[in-house]
Design a protein around this ligand. Structure first.
Ligand code: FAD
Ligand code: SF4
Ligand code: SF4
Length: 439
C-alpha cells in the first residue's frame, strides 16, 4: 500500500505512485543509477539500480521530473505585457503567434503526422539554421512496435521517423547527446518530454546552451505497449515478432495505422478511428488522465492537428503555436526560406481545433482534487489554472471528474504500487530487460 499522499521523495516513488509520464529525464540526470525500460501495461518507466539493499538517492533526477511537479515562472494574468496572446494564456500557456499550414515539400507533407511541420522545421534547423542534429524518437530497429530515442543528423534520418507513434517513448533519456553535440540541437517530444527538458536545462547550463529549439507535438495521451499489442491483434497480426514495420499515423491526414509483417498477408491496417479511437486511447497511462498540458506549453514551438476543419482526402495540415521568441525566429526564417507554407491564424483557431482540451483541463482539477482527498498521489501544477475550467463544466462532467475518478482509482488499484516489471518482447532472445542504450 502507498501510505502518504505527500510529495514523492524518489524517482521510484514517482513511478510506483503512477505519476510517471515516461519522459526519461531522470535517466539522463542520473544514468549510473536509473535505466528506462518498457513496462507492458504502463509505458516507459525508470528502473532504479539499488546497491545491495540500498536504494540510490535520486534527488537530482527528481528535480528534472515533470511527473510530480510542473509550472510556469509567471501567472497568466500579465501575459499581454510579455507579448503573449492574453485570451489564450490561462488555458493554453504562452502563445505569441498562431499559424496553420504544412511542409512545402509535398512528400514530407504527406508522410508527416499532420502536415509534416515538425520535421520540416527540424530539417531547416539542421540545414540553413546551422544546428547539429535532432533528438527525437523512431521505431526501434530490432522491435519496430517499440520506440527508441535517436539523434538524427540528416534529412533521410529525420524522414525515417515522421508520424506520431502512439506508444511509449522516452526521448529525454538521451539528452546527453544534445549536451555533447558540437552545435545546438533540436529537441522534439510530447508536452511532458519538453516540460522535462525545460526543467533539466535549468539544472544543467551545458544543456541549456545546446538546446537550439524545442518542438512539442500536441498529445492526448500515450497508450501502453499492451495497447499496441491489442491493435496488432485487431489488425490480424498473430505474432508481434513478425512485425517488420509499424506506423500509427501519417501518409495522409490522419492516415491509417499500418503494420508490415513477414507472413503471407504482408500489410495489415486500421483506420485512425479503429486504431486510436477504438483501441489505443483506452490504454493511456494513468498520468495522462491528470495531465494539464496537452499542447506543449514549455516548448519554443508546438504543433498539432487543426481538427476544426473537416478532413476529406487532405494531404495534411498542422496547427503551429509559436511560444517563445526563439521559436518565432525559427518559424519566420523557415517560412522565408520556403521550407514551410504557413499562414497566420486567429487565436480562436486553437480552441476550435482542440475543443475538448479546455474541458479536459477542468476535469484535471476534479481528478487531482479527488486523488488528494483519497490520500493518493497527484501532480502539482504551478501557474497553470484548472479550477476556473472545472467551474465551467456541466454538472455531469463535474461528477465524472470527481466521483468517476474515485471509482476509477479503485478499479485501477491506485493504492498499490504500480508493477514495474520490465517487458521482454518475444522477438528478443535475451534475459536482459529492454534497456534503452545509455538511457
Ligand atoms: C502520443 C501522441 C498523441 C497525440 N495526440 C494528439 C492530439 O490529441 N491532438 C493533436 O492535435 N495532436 C496530437 N498528436 C500530435 C500529432 O499527431 C502530430 O504529431 C503533430 O501534429 C505533429 O505533426 P507533424 O506532421 O508536424 O509531425 P511529423 O513531421 O510527422 O513529426 C513527428 C515527430 O514527432 C516525434 N514523435 C512521434 N511520436 C512520438 C512520441 N510518442 N513521443 C515523442 N515524440 C514522438 C517523431 O520523432 C517526429 O520527429 C499526438 C502525438 C502523439 C505522439
Ligand atoms: S523524470 Fe520522467 S521518466 Fe523519470 S520518473 Fe519523472 S516522469 Fe518518469
Ligand atoms: S497526455 Fe500529457 S502526460 Fe500523457 S504523454 Fe501526453 S503530454 Fe505526457
Amino acid at each position: 500500500m502507498i501510505g502518504s499522499p505527500g510529495r514523492p521523495r524518489s524517482i521510484r516513488e514517482v513511478a510506483e505512485r503512477n505519476l510517471c509520464t515516461g519522459c526519461g529525464a531522470c535517466a539522463f540526470v542520473q544514468p549510473q543509477v536509473i535505466k528506462m525500460v518498457d513496462v507492458l501495461g504502463e509505458g516507459r518507466r525508470p528502473l532504479t539500480i539499488a546497491d545491495g539493499d540500498v536504494e540510490p538517492d535520486t534527488t537530482a533526477a527528481l528535480a528534472a521530473c515533470p511527473g510530480h511537479l510542473l509550472g510556469h515562472p509567471h501567472p497568466p494574468r500579465k501575459a499581454e505585457s510579455r507579448g503573449e496572446v492574453g485570451e489564450l494564456a490561462a488555458g493554453w500557456g504562452p502563445v505569441l503567434e498562431l499559424y496553420e499550414g504544412f511542409a512545402a515539400d509535398p512528400e514530407l507533407r504527406f508522410a508527416g503526422s499532420s502536415g509534416g511541420v515538425a520535421t520540416a522545421l527540424s530539417e531547416y534547423a539542421i540545414g540553413a539554421g546551422g544546428m547539429s542534429g535532432v533528438l527525437h524518437i523512431r521505431a526501434r530497429t530490432d522491435v519496430p512496435y517499440l520506440n527508441e530515442t535517436t539523434y538524427s543528423t540528416s534529412k533521410a534520418e529525420l524522414r525515417n521517423a515522421t508520424g506520431s507513434r502512439y506508444a511509449p517513448a522516452s526521448p529525454c533519456d538521451r539528452l546527453d547527446l544534445v549536451e555533447e553535440a558540437a552545435a545546438p540541437s533540436v529537441f522534439i517530444g510530447k508536452p511532458c518530454d519538453v516540460a522535462a527538458t525545460s526543467k533539466a536545462r535549468r539544472l544543467r547550463p551545458e544543456l541549456d546552451d545546446k538546446l537550439g529549439i524545442t518542438i512539442a507535438v500536441f498529445c492526448a495521451g500515450t497508450p501502453s505497449t499492451a495497447g499496441t499489442l491489442e491493435m496488432l491483434r485487431a489488425m490480424g497480426v498473430q505474432d508481434p515478432a513478425d512485425v517488420r514495420g509499424l506506423r500509427y499515423r501519417g501518409n495522409g491526414w490522419p492516415g491509417r495505422a499500418e503494420a508490415t509483417t513477414d507472413d503471407s498477408e504482408g500489410t495489415h491496417s486500421l483506420s485512425y478511428e479503429e486504431s486510436w479511437g477504438a483501441i489505443l486511447q483506452r490504454h493511456r497511462q494513468w498520468r495522462c488522465h491528470v495531465c494539464a498540458d496537452h499542447t506543449g506549453e514549455f516548448a519554443d514551438v508546438a504543433v498539432g492537428d487543426p481538427w476544426y476543419r473537416p478532413i476529406d482526402d487532405d494531404p495534411g495540415r498542422s496547427l503551429v503555436l509559436v511560444r517563445t521568441e526563439r521559436g518565432r525566429r525559427v518559424v519566420r526564417d523557415a517560412i522565408a526560406a520556403g521550407v514551410v507554407v504557413l499562414e497566420r491564424a486567429e487565436p480562436s483557431l486553437l480552441p476550435a481545433s482542440q475543443p475538448n482540451l479546455l474541458l479536459t483541463r477542468g476535469a484535471v482539477f476534479g481528478r487531482v482534487l479527488t486523488l488528494r482527498l483519497l490520500g493518493l498521489a497527484a501532480p502539482r501544477f504551478v501557474n497553470m489554472p484548472t479550477l476556473r475550467y472545472w467551474l465551467g463544466l456541466p454538472l455531469q462532467q463535474k461528477l465524472q471528474s470527481t466521483i468517476g475518478t474515485a471509482k476509477r482509482a479503485r478499479r485501477k488499484h491506485l493504492r498499490r504500487p504500480a508493477d514495474l516489471t520490465p517487458y521482454l518482447p518475444p522477438a528478443l532472445d535475451s534475459d536482459e530487460p529492454t534497456l534503452t542504450e545509455g538511457g
